[in-house]
Design a protein around this ligand. Sequence first.
Ligand code: ADP
Ligand code: ZN
Length: 224
Amino acid sequence: MSAGVRLVILGKQGAGKGTQCVQLSRHYVVPHISTGDMFRAAMKSGTQMGLLARTFVDDGQLVPDEVVIGIIAERLSDKDARGRGFILDGFPRTVHQAQALSELLLPGRLDIVIDLAVDTALVLERLASRRVCSSCGHNYSVQKPPKFNWNCDHCGGEVVQRPDDKSEAIQTRLDLYESQTSPLIEHYCNEGLLETMDGAKPMDEVFTDIVNAIDARQAARSRS
Ligand code: ADP
Ligand code: ZN
């Protein structure tokens, strides 16, 4: 088994973070921690946190920092994340969240931050055609629907468009990415942690690029 990793993945909505994270989580045997998935699960089961999150998520607004930092602090304290590491998808999303993350990880730190770079025109196209299973979260698209009648191939759940993938919410999310999240690129570049990948390439090539970047860093560190 390979060594674990402590990884943050950045990228616009529709850059393909979720898809890469599922594969990377298997490869490095570390949990895929997606704040968006955590909020959607909480919204579905109607918990207090879910009710609070819904007021932000469906409109494409950011959930307040204190709430997000709280759920991440709790999740990172679990044994799996403390041991082999984690892949963070959708967190941090503001410089304040990034600072909170560094503090949570002390005396350790992140190994690497991947920026999955994709043109806005391409993500707009991907998001408009994205469809997702409302039960298990598996992704489909208008071009690649499930085999039977918009029922999920894996669990039979109903495959729908996410409310926040409708066009007004998409624009809000992309604007927020630009204003709140893209400053993280410079932040992590200054910390020497950033690797930029071309997210427009085919999925398998992107995966190979990411694994090579992670492994090169791990190898350099074990030599030093
Ligand atoms: P997206 O494709 O927009 O990145 P996600 O599934 O990552 O979607 O997140 C869905 C929504 O959950 C976001 O639009 C936001 O409302 C909320 N959310 C997720 N992560 C965070 C975060 N780190 N800070 C604030 N809000 C968040
Ligand atoms: Zn499903």
